[in-house]
Structures are given as C-alpha cells and as structure tokens.
Design a protein around this ligand. Structure first.
Ligand SMILES: [Zn+2]
Length: 480
C-alpha cells in the first residue's frame, strides 16, 4: 500500500534544491507533494491524488532548518539569568558563581528540554543536534516531540570551576571520563535503535580542555568505527586558548589536529578563538588552514558570543578559506532564523563592512551544509527523494511584506513569526504556529516551577549562602 500523499498546491514561493547546480533556487507557483515521509514532487502541477491538499497561495515553503548545536536541556531554564551574565575576569566565561550554584537536576532538564523542543519546532527547526549530559527520559522526550534529533551525549574527564574567579580550574578524574564514555556509547546505541526512526547519534567529548588526549582519541576512533559524526567544543574562549597553549605549546586546533581528531565528519563548536582572532597574539597563523584542509566543520553560534562581547573573525573569511560552516543556536533565544540573521550581519561587522557573506550562503549553511556534516543527503532540501521535513511560512504576516524577496524578508525581518506549518518526516508538528506535539502552556508552567525550585536552592550551593537574586539581580530594582 502506498502512503497517503499531502500536496501543497500552487505555493506562491518555494526554495527548491537544484541538484545539478548544487544550490537552492526560488520557484514560483509550485506544487510540493510528499508521500509518507518522502518528498515526491517539487515544481509544476502535480496531478496525482492527494489525501490532503493545502492551498499555497499565501505560502513561502522552505526546507526544514538544521540546528547544528543546541543545549535544550539547559538553555531555557537560564532565561532571565544569563543575558548579562559572565565572569569579567575570565572573559565573561560561564565559570561564574551563578553557574556553580544554580544546578538544574534531571527534572529541571526534562522541563527545559520539553519547552525548548517546542520552541525549536515553532521556529522552523526540523533537525537538531542536542548536546546534553545524558539524563533519564532524554531520548523518549526527543522522539515524543516529533523533531528529528541527533543525540550527542557529552562526556569528559574533568569538571571545570573557579575558586579564585580569575582562573579556570579542572577537577581531573580520568576514570570518570571512562565511565561517562561507556554510558554515552550505550545512549548512542539506544538512540540509533529507537523505534521512532528519527534519532541518530553523535560522538561528543564535551570540551577540548576537559578531556584527556586518550579520551579524545578513543572518541575519534568510535566515530570512525560507527560512521557517526564527531563533535567537541574547542577554541571557544580566550581563557581556553591561553590554557591550552600553556599546556601543550600549540593552539587547541593544532592540538586536535595532532591527535587525529579533525576530519570531514568532525564539528567544532565554535572555533572562534583561533590563531586568526584579533585578540590572539600567536606567532603562527595555521588554524583556519587546518580546519579547511581537514574538512572539519564549524558550528557557528554567534549570539552566545556576542552576549559576551566577542565574535568570530570572520565568517566570510572562514567560507573563503573553504571551511564548512553550519549554524546553531547554542543557548537562548533558540531561534535559528534570528541566529542566521545575526551570523550574516556579524560577518560584516567582523570583516569591517566587507560583504563576504550573504543571505544565500547563511541559508545554505543552515540547511545543506549542516545536513552534509551530519552525513545526510536527504535533509535540508526540497527535492524528490528527500525526507519530508518542510516549513511553510505565511506571506500574510506584516513582517513578510512588502514582498519582493521572501528569504530576505524571513531572515532579516520576520524570523519565526512567519512560520505557520511544519512537518518532520512527513508528520505535521506545527499547525498555524501552534505546536501539535507539546502543550506549550503546560510546558511553560512546568518550566517556571522548575526554574523557581532550582533558584530557591541556590543558597545551599553558593559558598557564601547567597540568594540567586543577590548573585544575579533583576534588570531593574523591584519596588514593593
Ligand atoms: Zn555548546
């Protein structure tokens, strides 16, 4: 029996994939049809019988977006606390009193993730890489949300902290790294066997500076053996660069290269503090070449760095060097369309007003490039044979008007406000802007309760017994 067909009839605008030219192109007045989880038609009139027809007269249809780097079990619960956050003596890093005393447990992580996944879907993300320390219920939560997910259970050999507030310190425990590695390996196997068929896995030693070289090499070996992509956070802070060069005498990226960690299936979050960054006074300039030659991809998440006053220098130069770029939201706002806008604009600011990046290249990064990094030639594109991961945006929204160039309107103005309907693997997960798989009002209430509970426990963990409002004051003083 053939699967029932859904057809979006006469969509006003479509971003279709031209496989011969290997680029996205616009189509106008086009039909898109999918049967089950597979796209069967993109283009002129489709004359088959559809179980469901959708009038596309006011729609702009694009491929589902791929969020290459995200921490949904953490980010949403930090909202209201971390926007002006950071340890000024550690270049605004997260080694901060707040993060050492506001400690979400498994219940809090589940509440954050449920809310966060709904938010991602409503913003047009159909595939996400979820970098989390594995918690009970994680994989089912991902599957139940309806999203396509790459579970990336993080493991490491050291926890980081600061006692002085001026230096990152590491509590090394290689045995714990081994145990976490074994646990992550089991979680990855479970993800790949998950009956939803929408889960896969990524090997993810947490950070370049918290893993022993042996753990990084074993992780790379596991990735090669299983064909999974490989990820770590690296070159993500000035403090990390300084610490790693002191430890090893070479840059974090050169060290990963020496360990055999770089390669076409490797993703680095976030490769900002390379030897090409203007804050870094390093005698050699090899990092960008090493990334390009090895085919290593960069998970570019500009907002979280911007919040700390730093930025990648510069996206256009990375692309010109031949470095593969994908886009992620990392923390909140978990809004990939806005993140794409930020990526493009900051590329110009960092380059000094040179337009070496543009809307088309950033959109490519958030769709095709990200899918390639994940080893998927059936995602991030609207073409027959690809998975039916589809986003229909409304052209009726004022933010999409006047309408000359819908992708520019979407990325530079409307963002998620225009997202109307979303399908993942052929199943509708968002309709008229409402998430169908998650009760968002209930998820918000649950997250509020967890944020309040974790916040109330802060004095128990803070060395001076301070309340969370003392550590992280409100933006304005609260009058009685
Ligand atoms: Zn991250």
């Amino acid at each position: 029996m053939t699967a029932p067909v859904t057809c979006i009839r006469r969509a006003a605008w479509v971003v279709a994939w031209d496989a011969a030219e290997r680029r996205h192109v616009y189509l106008r007045d086009a039909d898109i049809a999918f049967a089950g989880n597979t796209i069967i038609h993109v283009g002129g009139r489709w004359d088959g019988v559809a179980a469901r027809q959708i009038d596309g007269a006011t729609l702009f249809v694009i491929p589902g977006l791929v969020n290459i780097h995200c921490h949904p079990a953490q980010s949403p619960i930090f909202r209201g606390f971390v926007e002006e956050f950071g340890n000024p003596r550690l270049f605004y890093s997260s080694r901060h009193r707040f993060r050492q005393s506001f400690l979400p447990d498994a219940d809090a992580q589940r509440a954050a993730a449920r809310f966060g996944l709904g938010e991602l879907l409503a913003g047009g993300v159909t595939t996400l890489v979820d970098l989390s320390h594995a918690y009970p219920g994680w994989l089912d939560l991902l599957a139940d949300s309806g999203i396509r997910a790459v579970a990336a259970p993080m493991f490491r050999s050291a926890a980081w902290f600061t006692t002085t507030g001026q230096e990152t310190e590491y509590a090394w425990s290689p045995d714990l790294g081994e145990a976490a590695f074994a646990e992550a390996a089991a979680v990855m196997d479970t993800a790949e066997r998950h009956p939803s068929g929408r889960l896969s896995a990524m090997v993810s030693p947490a950070q370049v500076d918290t893993c022993t070289p042996e753990l990084l090499q074993r992780a790379a070996e596991l990735a090669r053996r299983t064909g999974r992509p490989l990820h770590t956070h690296a070159a993500q802070s000035y403090a990390e660069f300084a610490g790693m060069t002191r430890r090893h005498g070479i840059t974090p990226i050169a060290w990963l290269h020496r360990l055999g960690f770089l390669g076409p299936r490797t993703i680095l979050g976030h490769a900002v503090f390379t030897d090409a960054h203007p804050w870094i006074l390093w005698p050699e300039k090899n990092d960008l070449r090493l990334l390009a030659e090895s085919g290593t991809a960069v998970a570019h998440c500009p907002t979280v760095f911007l919040r700390d006053g730093s930025l990648l220098h510069d996206l256009g130069a990375y692309l010109a060097e031949g470095i593969r770029i994908a886009i992620g939201t990392d923390t909140h706002p978990q809004n990939l369309l806005e993140e794409m806008r930020t990526a493009e604009l900051l590329a110009r600011a960092a380059a000094g007003a040179r337009h070496r990046c543009d809307t088309a290249r950033v959109f490519h990064a958030a769709t095709i490039a990200a899918a390639e990094v994940l080893g998927r030639d059936d995602l991030g594109r609207l073409v027959p044979g690809a998975r039916a991961d589809i986003v229909a945006c409304t052209l009726d929204h004022p933010a999409m008007q006047p309408l000359r160039d819908p992708l520019r309107n979407l990325m530079h103005v409307a963002a998620e406000r225009a997202v109307r309907d979303v399908w993942v693997d052929g199943t509708q997960v968002v309709a008229q802007g409402r998430v169908l798989t998650i009760d968002m009002a209930d998820a918000a209430r649950a997250l509020q309760a967890e944020q309040d509970r974790i916040g109330a426990a802060v004095p128990q963990h803070d060395s001076a017994g301070a309340r969370v409002d003392e550590i992280m004051p409100l933006a304005l003083p609260l009058r009685a």
